[in-house]
Design a protein around this ligand. Structure first.
Ligand code: SAH
Length: 231
């Protein structure tokens, strides 16, 4: 079959329009502090609220047989249209440039993200619970697919500069006051301290500061808490 041109009706087939299938609620209220990959933060839980035109019971029928899912989403927290064909990945200390397609940079020609998450199933409100997320609160979700072990995992795949998970982990200590507050909050937010540990031990500061000591007081927003910390 041959096509005389690349237009379908009025629209060029080079341009596509998507709509979100839902929106995810997560503890991460700002980009700073969000881990750089989803599996790095197994305790972070999110819930996907489906758009009104999607019937979760139908659209997710059979999904509970899959322990893990791919979710595609929009990096809605970035200014749109801002991307460069080379980027400096934090993993390379922020000094070396590589092509955007050789990275998981959030600044891309199309602002689409992809994360593997654990499937927690539909909850009582018909929201899909997912665990191990690296998404900003209210991120628009554009698709969900089952993770298929035999097809999606490649033994001995080479992973360039990201071959190994970051090794260096910071030691995290809490002040007396913070420990008290965390204890008080433990019943309402059972995962809060584990989540905070996960975030802080990965040292969320910009790459050029990693492994250095500085006096600055940093803050991360988790749920509705503004958490202050220092290295
Ligand atoms: N696993 C995904 C995301 C990797 S980048 C992928 O490979 O496509 C992870 C970073 O995305 C986090 O550190 C966070 O700062 C950023 N991020 C998450 N949700 C975002 C959003 N809605 N808008 C902009 N940045 C976001």
């Amino acid at each position: 079959m041959t096509y005389s041109n690349n237009n379908v009706g009025e629209k060029s087939i080079n341009t596509f329009e998507f709509r979100s299938i839902g929106v995810i609620s997560t503890p991460f209220k700002q980009k700073f502090g969000i881990p750089r990959q989803s599996q790095a933060i197994s305790v972070a839980t999110g819930t996907i609220q489906f758009s009104p035109d999607i019937n979760p019971t139908n659209a997710c029928r059979g999904l509970d047989a899959f322990s893990h899912l791919w979710i595609s989403f929009i990096f809605h927290g970035n200014r749109q249209g801002i991307w460069k064909d080379t980027v400096r990945p934090p993993r390379l200390g922020g000094n070396e440039k590589v092509g955007v397609f050789a990275t998981r940079s959030t600044f891309r020609p199309n602002p689409i993200g992809l994360s593997v998450v654990k499937n927690g199933g539909l909850n009582e409100h018909n929201n899909l619970v997912v665990e191990g997320i690296d998404l900003l609160d209210q991120t628009p979700i554009i698709d969900i697919k089952p993770y298929v072990h035999y097809a999606d995992s490649v033994n001995h795949a080479l992973s360039g500069f990201a071959e190994f998970a970051p090794k260096q982990k910071m030691h995290v200590e809490y002040s007396k006051l913070a420990s008290l507050q965390l204890n008080t909050l433990a019943s309402a937010y059972p995962e809060l301290q584990a989540l905070l540990n996960n975030i802080l031990e990965q040292d969320p500061r910009p790459a050029y500061k990693s492994a250095t000591k500085d006096d600055k007081i940093y803050s991360v927003l988790l749920h509705n808490f503004d958490i202050k910390w220092q290295v």
